[in-house]
Design a protein around this ligand. Structure first.
Ligand code: NAG
Ligand code: NAG
Ligand code: NAG
Ligand code: NAG
Length: 457
């Protein structure tokens, strides 16, 4: 009976991928933001805004221009950025506005209503005077896109069985990296493997290509060290220990906590070594979808600024969703000046990533995971194009932590530039929990959407 159910489910169950799918073209243009009563703190509940209990009291008009200019009806100039394909943030006239783009799902059909936002959060740039708001684009033509939740077959109940042929094929196909069979994958639910690699709700399409490098940044990048590693800066390690997210799609929280942990160490010269609680993010943050996924910009950056991070002991990791159980009296530690590298979504590139990495510390990055990556053991990873036809898998977007870079000279005729990246799959995975991946060619989109923020030490 269970077998039959599993089989049927494999055919008919569909799950949501990312909540919304809105592009730059969808979002730029003129908006009206309806704003609720001001004067709240960050415990405000914006669900259902506007409503009879929380009506709109004021409004502003904001026009969003290429690439990051916002202008309101009084002529005030500000800033805006897309947040992946999920929503957007505007900073203007002393206030910040963030909301997810609106979408509706029924069955396998998703309506992306990119000309509207879900109820969002607004507050002044110091994090006070909160209000709810909702945005509506001022256009004749409504931009509503209907899509099928395409890559979203449920593999519920289907378990992984290792296929030696796939591993042998990878190792035969190229010499840059080595694949192994990980015994811990044996019998793992395919759904858990997908969650571990980022989760369905972190899958983003249309990832921007890296921005062109300006002459000035090219000049600065030439002056940087040929190799750099925050785990060993003249013998000193600034990176917190490797952790294991288990089968929860919380990579974005580990990536975000890892960045803040490392940057606390860098900014305090290792006198403060906090380990932050990803469980607080999974359970308590409305800026993410818990174990189903989320994004480092909103967590390592915006949540850390708006709500602050708590230490691991305030809410120890369980790797499952649940009601918020963070201890109420735990002190919160804040970060600020969060941004996509380059300033806005789409402005990132390899040179800027190295410049900011060396200057400020490790940063959150994300890349596309194919199933050959699951078998990575050592070397410089690149996607081989091979797929494991035996086990179903879907491409996900996995958030991790960039800690360094270098050039591999194993074969001096073909030197390979690489990034050094901290994963959250335990110390037994890869090169003691880390991996290296090709650098300078936007391998698996890793040079497109890096994020940084700055702890207030
Ligand atoms: C998201 O929208 C873009 C442009 O409208 C489209 O090219 C892309 O395929 C969409 N992604 C999904 C998952 O539907
Ligand atoms: C916010 O309010 C809605 C009802 O309007 C409720 O369902 C939800 O649980 C509330 N959220 C929080 C975090 O209290
Ligand atoms: C940072 O810490 C190291 C090791 O404790 C010490 O030698 C060094 O002087 C410190 N640097 C600064 C700027 O305080
Ligand atoms: C492993 O995969 C190969 C190629 O995808 C396939 O031909 C083979 O049957 C699989 N091996 C097993 C044990 O199923």
């Amino acid at each position: 009976m269970k077998q039959l159910l599993v089989f049927l489910c494999g055919l008919v169950c569909v799950l949501a991928d990312t909540p919304a799918n809105c592009t730059y073209e969808d979002v730029k243009g003129k908006w009206v933001f309806q704003i609720g009563k001001m004067g709240h703190d960050n415990t405000i509940n914006c669900t259902g805004f506007p409503s009879v209990f929380n009506p709109a009291e004021s409004k502003i008009e904001v026009s969003l221009f290429f690439p990051d200019l916002a202008v309101d009806q009084f002529g005030n100039k500000g800033f805006w950025t897309l947040i992946y394909n999920q929503g957007f943030e505007v900073v203007i006239a002393g206030r910040k506005y963030f909301a997810f783009s609106k979408y509706k799902q029924s069955g396998s059909t998703v309506k992306d209503m990119c000309d509207q936002t879900l109820p969002g959060w607004s507050h002044d740039v110091l994090g006070r005077n909160w209000a709810c708001y909702a945005g509506m684009k001022q256009e004749e033509k409504r931009s509503v896109k209907v899509r099928k939740t395409g890559l979203t077959t449920s593999y519920a109940g289907i378990r992984y069985r290792s296929n030696t042929t796939f591993v042998t094929d990878i190792n035969r196909h190229q010499r840059s990296w080595t694949a192994v069979k990980y015994p811990e994958y044996e019998n793992m639910e395919i759904e858990d493997m997908i969650r571990r690699a980022g989760g369905r709700k972190s899958r983003i399409t249309d990832i921007p290509k890296p921005a062109p490098v300006s002459p000035e940044h090219a000049r600065i990048a030439v002056g940087l060290p040929k190799s750099f590693d925050w785990r060993n800066v003249n013998g000193v390690n600034f990176v917190s220990p490797i952790r294991n997210q288990a089968s929860c799609g919380s990579c974005f929280a580990f990536s975000a906590m890892g960045m803040n942990e490392a940057r606390w160490r860098v900014m305090s010269n290792n006198t403060a070594q906090p380990v932050f609680s990803p469980q607080d993010i999974v359970e308590c943050s409305e800026y993410s979808q818990g174990c189903e996924g989320g994004f480092p910009y909103l967590i390592g950056g915006k949540y850390a600024e708006d709500f602050g991070l708590v230490l691991e002991e305030c809410n120890p990791y369980t790797g499952s969703d649940g009601a918020c159980s963070t201890k109420k009296d735990c002190p919160r530690m804040y970060s600020t000046k969060y941004e996509y590298i380059g300033g806005y979504y789409g402005a990132c590139n390899e040179a800027l990533m190295r410049i900011e990495l060396v200057k400020n510390g490790p940063m959150a990055v994300a890349f596309e995971v194919y199933n050959d990556f699951m078998h990575y053991k050592s070397g410089v990873y690149h996607h081989t194009g091979l797929t494991d036809r035996f086990n179903p898998f879907e491409i996900t977007n996995h958030a991790v932590l960039l800690v360094g870079y270098g050039t591999d000279m194993t074969n001096p005729e073909t030197p390979q530039d690489y990034w050094i990246v901290k994963n959250s799959w335990g110390e037994g995975w890869g090169e003691d929990g880390y991996f290296r991946i090709r650098r300078g060619v936007d391998e698996c989109s890793i040079e497109s959407i890096a994020v940084q923020s700055f702890p207030i030490v």
